[in-house]
Design a protein around this ligand. Structure first.
Ligand SMILES: [Fe+2]
Length: 249
């Protein structure tokens, strides 16, 4: 399986705090059946001041440590970009790592705050689309506005966004509200991929298999694999094509 959203990169956000924990998470991912991971640290001005330039050396160090530890996990670097006015100039200047490509367009993984959908989010999405950038919304099923009213997601569907649902939401580990919305989004056929959004080994591990199994019960085996393997592979192909092992491109 291929995980396109996880916080394994050590010491850059609220994911793995140090190299030891990050290597433990990498091994757990492999144990869960994950063979490739695109690392997506928070890019959140004012909270996590990460940029493409600041993340690349950390990524290269970590990729080397994973190889030295002989953990069979191929790695690439992207970011989870917080919806905020501050990220517009960053994206325009190429300071934000993309998740991959979809139908020839670079994909940006966008994070809404959990509490609500900020006014202007639709404008940010429209601005990205107008620049030929494909937005993917991270875990919409965990957003409180979407939990209250399912139709709050409609403008993002209409704007052509892709959607990443958290695997453990489908398995029910993020509560009944997120579980119900995850299943509704799956049944509506708008979920592009499942991803782990792993932060730590205890409560938010790098796990896709439980979510895939839960998705298979609703949509069947074939679509469950498309959610964790075929579409993630297609999305991230350009990131892994260069060396076949690791890439910060
Ligand atoms: Fe995340």
């Amino acid at each position: 399986m291929i995980d396109l959203h996880c916080h394994l990169l050590p010491g850059v956000d609220d994911g793995a705090p140090d190299l030891e924990s990050a290597l433990e998470l990498a091994q757990l991912a492999v144990d869960n059946g994950i063979r490739r991971a695109v690392l997506t640290p928070h890019v959140h001005p004012g909270r996590y001041e990460n940029t493409l330039a600041s993340l690349v050396p950390v990524f290269e160090g970590f990729a080397g440590a994973v190889a030295d530890a002989r953990i069979p996990l191929e790695l690439a670097l992207a970011g989870e970009v917080r919806v905020s006015p501050e990220v517009l100039p960053m994206i325009a200047d190429g300071d934000v790592p993309f998740l991959g490509e979809w139908e020839g367009k670079p994909v940006v993984l966008l994070e809404l705050p959990h509490s609500h959908i900020p006014p202007g989010s639709d404008k940010l999405v429209a601005w990205l689309v107008s620049r030929g950038i494909q937005p993917m919304i991270a875990h919409p099923e965990r957003n409180k506005d979407v939990m209250r009213r399912y139709d709050k997601i409609a403008p993002f569907i209409d704007a052509g966004c892709l959607f990443q649902v958290t695997a453990m939401s489908v398995a029910g580990a993020f509560g009944e509200g997120a579980h119900r919305r995850a299943l509704e989004l799956l049944e509506a056929g708008v979920v592009t991929i499942l991803a782990s959004d792993a932060h730590n080994s205890k409560h938010r591990p790098p796990a896709l298999e439980a979510g895939r199994l839960a998705a298979a019960k609703v949509l069947g085996e074939e679509e469950s694999w498309a959610l964790v393997r075929e579409r993630p592979r297609r999305l991230s192909e350009s990131k892994f094509a260069a060396t076949g092992t690791t890439s910060a491109a």
